[in-house]
Design a protein around this ligand. Sequence first.
Ligand code: C5P
Length: 314
Amino acid sequence: MSRRSPRETPRGVTARTVAQAKLNLFLHVLAREASGYHQLETLFCRLELGDEVTVRTDLRGRSLDCSGEAIPVGGLGPVERNLAWRAALAFSDAAGWPNDWAIDVTKRIPVGGGLGGGSADGAAVLRCLNALAPVPLPSERLLALAAGLGADVPYLTVDHPLVLAWGRGERMIALPPLPARPVTLVCFPFGVATPDAYGWIDAERASPATAPAARHLDDFTTWQRVSAHARNDFEKVVARHHPEVARAVGTLRRDASTDPAAFALLTGSGSTVALVSAASADHDRAGDGRLDGVASRLVSTRTATAVVGVEVSG
Ligand code: C5P
């Protein structure tokens, strides 16, 4: 009887999942490294809002098709720069498999807004390919690939909805998920380029802002405590460059002040501002609108209590 090598054992040819967006419930930019990168400390939380990602390995050639309501008028840019494509390439180089792939992304996460949409797609491709691979990569190798793709990608590759991350985003501790909360996202027709936002912080700071801090895991176990720490170091500099963001933050904070359980803050390096409301809040704000005279799109979603799994078929 001949023994099949593990590489010959098919695990399916199609994998699909939802690439969920993220919020940073706090984000501190710490010291700038000699490399130019910055040390971070952030509390990540997945949202229910997500892109649909499907990966097939049974077709000839390599392709990436993106469609959906969230694609900006100018498109998503070159395929080779798309994190979904770069993730497939990185996986294939590391695992020696697959040679061919067909990736399909239905975009629902607003693009360029600090919600981690591109990173979530890249992470979803890594998760899908690892679920299909005849010989899956061990989790530390998958995370190393993720870290090479960007600071948000390691978090978006793990199966935990609430994570405290530091370093360049590759050091993580999973925390017990918090109950779902309604979230209103104020999305602007412009994004903020992450390197610009780090540059604005560098220009503002005379010395690295690494004040000592002692945190307790209890700080992250209730929404009330999380809300007490909700702060994003990018907010001040991004608001200065984009007065619309400053106005949205002001308006949402006024809304939040009538509700002790609610808080509002910028996510990532912006431009999206998120209002996290009390569980009981009226939550039907959605669509194009003006918030205090500022053109924006409001998207309603919720914080996620679980990460959507990968479904394998074929
Ligand atoms: O990780 P991501 O691809 O989002 O980073 C985009 C850019 O933001 C990096 O090329 C770098 O200029 C800056 N960055 C940084 N420190 C980090 C993460 C990103 O300076 N920890």
